[in-house]
Design a binder for this molecule. Sequence first.
Ligand SMILES: *Cc1c(COP(=O)(O)O)cnc(C)c1O
Length: 399
Amino acid sequence: MIWRPYTQMKTAHTPYHVYAAKGVYLQLDDRLVIDSIASWWAMIHGYRHPELTEAIVSQAQRFSHVMLGDLTHDPVEALAERLARWTPGDLNYCFFSDSGSVAVEVALKMALQFYWNQGQSHRDHVLSLRHAYHGDTFRAMEVGDDPDYHFIVKRTGSQSTVTHISTEIKELEEAFDALHERLNCVIVEPLLQCAGGLRTYDVSFLRRARELCDRYGVLLVFDEVATGFGRVGERLASDLVTPDIVALGKALTGGYIGHAVTIANERVFSAFYDDNSEHALMHGPTFMGNPLACAVALRSLEIFEREDYLGKVRRIEAIAKRELACFKDPRIREIRILGDCICLETYDAQTLKGYQQYALEHGVFARPFLNYLYAMPPYIITEEELVKVIDVMKGWFNR
Ligand SMILES: *Cc1c(COP(=O)(O)O)cnc(C)c1O
């Protein structure tokens, strides 16, 4: 029995069986459908890309895995070097892990220990955003801001050292006034909060956060697990404002194998780099730096640059804006489009009930949640396919 994600097993419908997948298409039992959400936002190249498959196969023929404890290998060294160049500034120190949640845990552990190592253990507080989502592990859940995810933290009675604020600059400034001596970091999903409702906000908030962090010596952490690799129309949001630590996941491997990385700058790394063994970062996921994942991530980055993926994302954004420019419905509260993210927020979750089945009947796989109907298609989607995805979204309201 497969215990399914975010699912009440008793009332859930049977999942749709995938028999094959290629490009933007999933082959289900009786039909071919466009995957409009790229398998939880990861499959930016679409399915069965021959070069990505080849990268995995040829590495598997050498070896599929060795641990990083006292061992190293070409794919992980090449990827660390590549990521150091890919990320801005001196974000050069790559700590690999097997999922985005763990990459966020590592980032938070780094931020906390950064101060411990300097004898400042009173800096135990984290500033995070309302509607934040940073993963499903406990500490990541704690800095998240969705009541559904909070219950374990509440039950275990762990004392909260997290303050949530909105994306208003005024609230950010007030929080710094009140807390700056106790803060070790500010953590945000930059520009686009995904699982918290596909909410966009302005880069000026990030710039102000950078200034305040600099003034008070607080670390700025970007969770770019979802926003990285083109999603918001930039290679990374970190290209606009540079954090001290960035977490990457999801599309890191083009979505082909689960992997993630936490990248720290020189200042963070140097607080651990010491003769004192207790100042080492005590973390080590079993499958960190997996050679198959590193090999496919390297190839993914190569394709991303060679085939102008940023151009593709900006094209998706332009088409979506054009197709939705005149679209209105009294049940829709707001339409938000940023890069590869298209979101129709309705007033009422009831409005979207039955949408998944309707979309499937019209050749599109979608997975709206709460009152958010959205698409985050693979970047290789054609104009015709994208227009179809958007037409199905509009069609639901025009039935
Ligand atoms: C998906 C996501 C995570 C968690 O990544 P997993 O690989 O599912 O553990 C963390 N942060 C953000 C912003 C995400 O979108």
